[in-house]
Design a protein around this ligand. Structure first.
Ligand SMILES: Cc1ncc(COP(=O)(O)O)c(C=O)c1O
Length: 429
């Protein structure tokens, strides 16, 4: 059989790039097979190098809230690019984007723009340490906050699916100031506070890198109260949820304020923009106003911020929620009909499917699922021309462009994929 064009591109990629990819989860290690090279996208669809078109449920890993190549975003990018790609000087788009964030998220007074979620969380931690004069950071097992050294302790998704408990190249000293506790466990957190002076607790607003694990009732409030009582800052990482689950992110849904927030993905409209922001007295610690250094040549790039502004101004949250509801319903039905053990968890329009039959409230539980069944499901969906995130630990992303036609196509692919997963589960039973 002739090899696909994607397979041939992968050969070329492997010759010049480690593993052939520029971000590990793209490599399909967790599901087998090889990655598909996509060359175009329109609305809810993506098209590969062989000309095959798929319904897309990866959504650029979050940013594609309006679907692909939305005319308003493309037009904004073209206009901004035509005026110059960047000036290394302040630009009105940066101000407008920061204003929009401040308007929508009450606890955010000041914002600094950066280029990736990794930079946002790394910098938020630096400012929290500068502000409190303390060193220790607490994170939750299974939460992923990017790949900065101190945060690569028990991170989720890419790290978990590659089976690396940590990363080589990160020294013990670099993670020595990071304490990891189980998510949804306020008692464990209290014990840490009893024995350490904590600078900050960082949490995904809703963990979505071990699959979607919503905070248990009262958890977010308890977390905020504990931090306030012990003089630690709470950093709510909304890189995934920010401006995706509501116009004000997860804060807009749950309403528990944090001291600092981190954003990425949707606020760049598909281009590299991220941000961190929060209370004025904390953010004023940043250079040039304060002693905490942070900088970036391309930060606040006018083309990238134009994309972000266009996306945020055109977002249709009701349509995204409707699409999520529909996909959740049809996936649940198909898996139940085929007798596949599964649990779908959601936080607003963000959801994921665990291949196990009981709810998940932390990382230990998330790992106890049938990843082989997911791999079979994923491969069959791809054959049925639906592109899912290539890992059982990832959220699925819908957009406002997922219309009836796209949803019908997903529905059509599901029975065969559910049967494939069922066969794997039966074989291992
Ligand atoms: C919650 C969260 N924080 C931080 C990051 C890191 O963002 P980036 O990949 O832009 O560095 C991610 C990436 O998936 C994320 O999901």
């Amino acid at each position: 059989m002739q090899r696909s064009t994607s397979a041939r591109w992968l050969d070329r990629a492997r010759a010049v790039t480690p593993g052939g990819v520029n971000s590990p989860v793209r490599a399909f290690r967790a599901v087998g097979g090889h990655p598909v090279f996509f060359v175009s996208g329109q609305g809810p669809y993506v098209t590969d190098v062989d000309g095959n078109t798929y319904v897309d449920l990866v959504g650029q890993w979050g940013p594609a809230l309006l679907g692909h190549a939305h005319p308003a975003v493309v037009e904004a990018v073209q206009r901004a690019a035509g005026a110059g790609l960047g000036f290394g000087a302040p630009h009105p788009h940066e101000v407008e984007l920061a204003e929009l964030i401040v308007e929508r998220v009450d606890p955010v007074d000041l914002v600094r723009l950066v280029n990736s979620g990794t930079e946002a969380t790394m910098s938020a931690i630096r400012v929290a340490r500068g502000f409190t004069g303390r060193d220790v950071i607490v994170k939750f097992a299974g939460c992923y906050h990017g790949h900065s050294d101190g945060l690569l302790a028990a991170a989720g998704s890419g790290v978990a699916t590659l089976g690396l408990p940590d990363s080589a190249g990160v020294t013990a000293e670099q993670t020595a100031q990071t304490i990891v506790v189980a998510y949804n466990d306020l008692e464990a957190l209290s014990a840490v506070f009893a024995s350490h002076e904590v600078a900050a607790v960082i949490t995904e607003a809703v963990p979505a890198n071990m699959g979607v694990v919503p905070p248990a009732p009262g958890f977010s409030r308890g977390l905020a109260d504990l931090c306030a009582r012990h003089g630690a800052l709470l950093i709510s990482d909304e890189v995934m949820t920010g401006f995706r689950v509501s116009p004000a992110g997860w804060f807009g849904i749950e309403g528990v304020p944090a001291d600092l927030y981190t954003y990425g993905k949707v606020i760049g409209g598909g281009l590299p923009v991220a941000a961190f922001g929060g209370r004025a007295d904390i953010m004023q610690m940043l250079a040039p106003q304060g002693p905490v250094y942070q900088a970036g040549t391309l930060s606040g790039n006018p083309v990238a911020t134009a994309a972000g502004l266009a996306m945020l101004r055109n977002a249709d949250y009701a349509a995204v929620d409707t699409a999520a509801e529909a996909v959740i319903g049809m996936v649940g039905d198909a898996l139940a009909k085929a007798g596949v053990a599964h649990t779908i968890q959601r936080a607003g329009n963000l959801f994921s499917v665990f291949f196990r039959d009981s709810p998940v409230s932390d990382y230990d539980q998330a790992q106890q699922q049938d990843t082989a069944a997911f791999a079979a499901f994923h491969a069959a969906m791809l054959d049925g021309r639906v592109s899912l995130p290539p890992s059982a630990f990832e959220a699925w992303f819908v957009s406002s462009a997922h219309d009836d036609r796209a949803l019908t196509a997903i529905e059509g692919a599901l029975p065969v994929a559910a049967e494939a997963a069922a066969r794997v589960q039966e074989a291992s039973a």
